[in-house]
Ligand binder design. Sequence first.
Ligand code: SF4
Ligand code: SF4
Length: 602
Amino acid sequence: MHATDVTTESETAGESTFDLVDLLLEEQQQLSAVELFARQKESGHCELPADRAPDQAKYYRSLLPASSPTPEQQFAFEVDLDACSGCKACVVACHTLNGLEEDETWRSVGGVIAAESAPASGAATDGLPIAIGVRHVTTACHHCEDPGCLNGCPVKAYDKDPVTGIVRHLDDQCIGCKYCTMMCPYEVPKYSKRLGIVRKCDMCYNRLAVGEAPACVQSCPNEAIEIRLVDRSLTEADRKAAGSRTMVAGAPSSSLTLPTTRYVSQAEWNGAAAMDLGIDEVSESHWPLAALLVATQIGVGMVLWDRVSALISLVAGNDISGGATPVLALVALLVSGIGLNLAPLHLGQPLRAWRVFLGLRTSWLSREAVVLGKFVGALALACLLISLPSIQAWLPESINESIENYIPTWAGSALLWASLPLGVVGLYCSAMIYIATGRIWWRFDRTMVRFAGTFIVVGLIGTLAVAALMQLVRNDADVEASSLALMLGSIAALGLVTAKFVYEWRVQLAPSRSTDDAIDLRSRRLTIRSLSKLRGARILAFGISAASLLVATIVIVTADAPTPLVGMALGTALVAAAGGDMVERLLYFMAVVHDRMPGIHR
Ligand code: SF4
Ligand code: SF4
């Protein structure tokens, strides 16, 4: 009965004791499942008495577990591939019930093409493929036993319910860094531009709590999706047993996160392939991340070469680093600081970023942010201490006295030394952010060679460019020794920049096939076909940086005295090498290809 009907009846009867509030409260007890769910989702707790079964329960009771999970169990989806017709009723129900954005989906339907075998009958054709069939694969979050999303999140915006095993996203904690979208092998968390956070399937835990089926389970006309209890298995042995096993053809290896969804079929399959096999798309460029990586690697690299130069000075007894250190440290600080300040552009909720240290225990992203932050802090302090002699002339006598009494002259240099291991550890954390995703394109050697290459090579070119500038402006330096250092440095940089480019050429840029790795081949194909402009820019940048280094070397060898030409050539080499590595990093992100749930790609 609706409130408007009640009012009309009351008025007709002329009752003066009509209590609208009581009637509305009574009506509230008759809310539909959708209204109840919406209310519970808003309030965050269950409003129904546990013994009150929903009216529709008889239709889906058999699709839910008969009991709660024991401590050794958790809830999981079970999908009957033979029953799913691909109608997408589950997708629509999920979208509607959760009030998703127009382009946001927490459940999707793809497909596999399967060859089915003849049943065993003793005939000669037993086991041979008899038919090619399509199986639709409905997929959402797999509520993994070792969730990559949860492990990677720097602000602990995920939790895994200890009773049900459901992995939930805590919207109000999310900073929108999108790292979970990389850490989840199944592309489950979806970023909402409007909200600036990611969201994902929570198995309609509020509905399950009151005996209602999740929207997808309840809406499927073929009863293809069920909720089942599965045994928890989080030991190393379980992970090893998962090996290269996948939930369904084309899916990522289950060993990455131990997903709990089970796909079942009565058919004897003689092989299956994802419908979208071989169809790859260019991924997001993550340009603020690319800039952060390249800038911090160059900054730490400059500190490294400055310290190497200081060591050589110490050993040789020659002042071949001259007065470059304060300027070098300042440039390294500037470059690293720019990188760190660009990173928040990648966040959907930058004002919440201060909590990024919360995930230190499991998240490489947290570790990177904390350690690189400390590196920049130490470097800034080192710069200040190193620059003190230059600024003391402007300070009052009393302050100068305190400085001389309390700050030893070696403090700046010591802090510069201390900043180096911090920077190197920070860069290692940066690399592990991507290696930890398990994406083959981002595997250890591929990532480390690129990242270390920028750190060592472009860091060296930056150091040389600053040293060449300092050689011009200072008067008291040992010109012969510094020219020798510049020449050796330029030759080394030319060799290293070429070696790094040859590596990139071999693994990604070369048009001819030089690898048997299927994923590498797909990324290379994407680079050549869809990212050809970036590929061309990378090749051009290498050409300019190598040519500039060659010119610098020749000028140093032939000139009698320091000349601005060397500085110009090394400056050009620096801009080209840094720009080239920025392009290389965009290609690293945009050409990443990985196994995915079938048909999930669109
Ligand atoms: S499927 Fe992805 S989002 Fe869901 S629990 Fe596993 S890792 Fe997390
Ligand atoms: S903070 Fe980042 S990793 Fe954590 S849920 Fe949000 S987008 Fe995902």
